[in-house]
Ligand binder design. Sequence first.
Ligand SMILES: Nc1ncnc2c1ncn2[C@@H]1O[C@H](COS(=O)(=O)NC(=O)C[C@H](N)c2cccc(Br)c2)[C@@H](O)[C@H]1O
Length: 507
Amino acid sequence: MTSFHRPDECFHEYMLAAVESSPDSAAVVEFVGNDDVRTTTYRELQTHVGDYAAVLGELGMDVGDRVVIQADNCEPAIAMILACSTLGLPFIPVSPRTPDQRVQSIVDLAEPALFLRHKGEAGITGSATGTGCFDENELVIESRPAHRVRRRHELTVTDTAYMIFTSGTTGCPKGVVMSHRGVTSFYRGMLRHGIAGPGDRIASTSPLQFDFSLLDIGLALGSGAAVVPVPRNLLRWPTRFLRVLRDTETTQVNGVPAIWRQVLQHAPSRLAELGLRGVLFSGEEFPVHELRQLRRLLPEARIVNCYGSTESMAASLVDVPQSIPERLSIGPAHHGAEMMLVGPDGRLVEDEDVIGEIHLRSPALFSGYWNDPRATEAALVPDPVEPRSGQKVLRTGDKGCFGRGGELYFRGRVDSQVQIRGNRVELGEIERRLVDFPGVSAAAAALTDEELTAFLVTATDCDERDLTSFCLAALPDYMVPHRFHTLPELPLTANGKVDRKALSAMV
Ligand SMILES: Nc1ncnc2c1ncn2[C@@H]1O[C@H](COS(=O)(=O)NC(=O)C[C@H](N)c2cccc(Br)c2)[C@@H](O)[C@H]1O
């Protein structure tokens, strides 16, 4: 396993380390359609980063000033996040399809110095933020960031590399703050699993705003391989998706389990022909029957189950056995980290098959939630083994139990947070939107078989189309209920919480 990495690097140093040893190797391979691919070498990527950084460096921004980047995963966006990193500017990736209201709430929370949009994206209007537009050829600054007094002089590995905004229970997104040290120590832990090497081409199917895409880019560039951003619109069509993989000579595909659903249904034989060497999935459990079908089609491939939350990038990378068991292991943790189970009494759970809450000890833990010390304190808790030490571990909110040989099994969420198509969703956030609809007095959302059902208590008739567009205006599409049921009242558990089991049973 080649490792050209120095200890304690910044994000951009880790990502571009391969330029020393293999400057002319492919770093990014993009499908541009009709058998045409565009390859960017490590040296070209480094030059691109320098060009963007030269423009950004002229704007008087300080280490720590935030830059929102509205783009899908593509070579210019990768070069832009690296350019921000070289200047110590935390980047905040935002998908092009994010509703304006949500983009605005992220801007209000993060107060970025600059909002950059990839050509063709909408951007924002009327904000104190500087704005710019970029494509593969240039970065054009339309309005400069407001003047700021520079207080910093050196970028350190403890500084923030990026912020990812995820859905929060209080109805407003939470900013997960990741330091350079956190990111690169996760990457180095991941590299020890030897998943990819020079010459590999790793297809990335997650949007840039989902840190899964940062795993893909880090796995590829950290291994001296190439990342292949798969355009979102092609992902939906199995034959086009497979065409992208074939034309770019992809060897490894990373993504949430849902990306395989259509392919397994409509183009299984074409998938088998591709001869993929590896599959890595994460975000939620892979339905066993689908995973078995995938394994049958790719008997030679290494299949890796990656578990973890944005607050630590990920926590584990576990090989799926040749014959797929009923329950997949999500442990032990990746190299350099450790997962523990903690019971309701705060003591370690170590016995087999006893459920506890998963806690993660790792150098890759996030710095905290942006401007939210209370939520941070609830997530970064004293080490349950030695609380006196001041060391913090991540309380994941996931339940788990140990198996016989140190493997760990995921046993659901501790709270109402769910995963929809690999995206983290607080049902509470959907519910808060629903109760804002005129006439709705109470609401609950339930997820059954990937279908979101909303239960509403309302005196008047609510038109489903109106409800849907009302939700779409403020929530990402994957958080919009598919079905709406009205009820005289919501079922409640003994302690007055919405009885979600009862709701799911009603679907
Ligand atoms: N492999 C699994 N089996 C089962 N349940 C999983 C798995 N991976 C997650 N989850 C669930 O998703 C939650 C977390 O959601 S999240 O914060 O949006 N992050 C994610 O999903 C993805 C995560 N950030 C990630 C994944 C890969 C690479 C990087 Br770099 C980052 C976890 O707490 C789990 O509940």
